[in-house]
Ligand binder design. Sequence first.
Ligand SMILES: [Fe+2]
Length: 196
Amino acid sequence: MEGHLERLKGTSQAKSIEIPSAEFCLELLKRFGTYPHIIAHIKQVTKVALFLGRELEKQGIRLNISLIEAGALLHDIAKTYSIEHPGVDHAAKGAEWVRKLGYPAVAEIVASHVELPEPIALDERAIVNYADKRVKHDQIVSLEERFEDLLARYGKTEARRRFIKRLYERTKEVERMIFKHLPFSPAFINRLGKNK
Ligand SMILES: [Fe+2]
C-alpha cells in the first residue's frame, strides 16, 4: 500500500494540482484496493455532499465544490486498509496518505470525517462529515437510523457507546447548522437515493 504512494508521488498529476479531479480520486480508490461495497458507500456520500454544497451555495454560502467532491470521494480511502489491519484509525491513516500525495486541504476533510474538530464551522469538512452520517452502507437514511446502526456495530463497550452517543449529539448540531440555511428539511435528502 505504501509502495503505491511512492509511485504516485512521482507523477506530475499528484504534484501539479492541489485538488485531485473526481476521475483521479476514483483511480486512487482503485489503486488502494477499496472494496466495491465501500466504493458504493463513497459514491452515495459524494452525491449527498455535492447536493448540500450546491444548495448552500445557492443560499450565498461560499464553498469550494471541487474540494467537497474530492474530500467525499477520498474520505474512506483507508477504510479497506483498516479492515485488513485492525486497530488502524482509518480517518488518520487516510489523511496521512492524502497529505503525502500533495493534497493537504483534502487531507483535512479526510481527517475530520468521523469527528469534526471544535469549534464546528459551516465548511467543506462539516459537509462531508455530515453527508457520511446520512449514508448507511449505500443507503441514504436519517441520522437516527445511521447512529442506531453504528451503536449496534461498534458499541461493544460502554466507552464506545458513550463516544457514539456524543458523536450523534454533535452531528445533530451540524445538521441544525447546515439546515438553518436551506429551504428544506433533513428528510428531503432521502429522495436523492431514489435515482441511483
Ligand atoms: Fe469512514
